[in-house]
Ligand binder design. Structure first.
Ligand code: MF3
Ligand code: CO
Length: 251
């Protein structure tokens, strides 16, 4: 069932979103050659705790980290590890969720580690643009398919592919709520968007095909051909006018 948030709940969502965004920015600042994703996870977790929040991903379905850090061909759900050390030219997707006072904010950005290839810059640009194309359609009266279609069209216009199987989602008191928000689909289809809905829009994009597989660690999702992938995400609130991006560092 889709939960409609009242103004008090939306304020709380905004606070959780702010914290998630600040934590994401912090991860980005520290994403430099030589640091491990375990260290990044610790920095982010300590920051979120220091602000009175916590990281709901820890233990979710048995996930061992607090946040997901995915490098290059790793699309999502990378487990923080002392063995995963960033190097110049990598791209790093940081997927950060913060829960604060019972509400969740979820956001992701892919960061360049030092100087990266033109190929890396281009997939990052298209994926980020696809996120905003999707958000533009997230207006009361439209349907979820309008968001999906806008994302898919932009991704494909760059010669890229929306990754199979993984999708955006409603969010609120739970990290994952209804509705599902796919990264491909038909305009005019799917659930109707209503003011007060809060959703995480999150294009996950592959270079060469939609195909992904899960590594032996049971979590890390990678492109099957080892080519680059990319992920950007915001938590937003639907209104009768412009959507409100909740995961901003300050409102
Ligand atoms: N942040 C992810 C999402 O967008 C969830 C991560 S899975 C977890 O839905 F196991 F790490 F929690
Ligand atoms: Co999400």
């Amino acid at each position: 069932m889709i939960q409609i948030k009242n103004p008090t709940e939306l304020k709380a969502m905004m606070k959780a979103g702010e914290l998630a965004a600040q934590a994401l920015a912090l991860a980005g600042k520290h994403a430099v050659p030589g640091i491990s994703t375990w260290e990044l996870d610790k920095i982010v977790d300590e920051y979120i705790r220091s602000k009175g929040g916590h990281s709901p991903c820890k233990g979710y379905g048995g996930f061992p980290g607090h946040n997901c850090f995915s490098i290059n061909e790793e699309l999502i759900h990378g487990i923080p590890s002392k063995k995963k050390i960033l190097k110049e030219g990598d791209i790093l997707s940081c997927d950060i969720v913060a829960e604060l006072n019972g509400f969740n904010g979820d956001n992701t950005a892919t960061f360049a580690v030092g100087e990266v290839s033109e190929e890396a810059k281009r997939i990052m640009q298209y994926t980020k643009e696809a996120l905003f194309k999707g958000i533009e359609k997230a207006v009361a009266g439209n349907r979820v398919g309008d968001i999906s279609h806008a994302i898919e069209s932009h991704v494909r216009s760059g010669g890229y592919f929306p990754a199979e199987k993984f999708i955006g989602h409603g969010i609120g008191r739970d990290m994952h709520e209804d509705p599902e928000v796919p990264n491909e689909g038909k305009a005019g289809h799917g659930p109707r968007l209503m003011s007060g809905m809060t959703i995480a829009v999150e294009p996950m994009v592959n270079s060469h095909s939609q195909k992904v597989r899960i590594m032996n660690d049971k979590w890390t999702v990678v492109t099957t051909d080892g080519s680059l992938s990319c992920h950007f995400e915001h938590t937003i609130a639907i209104t009768n006018g412009e959507p409100i991006i909740l995961t901003l560092e300050s409102h």
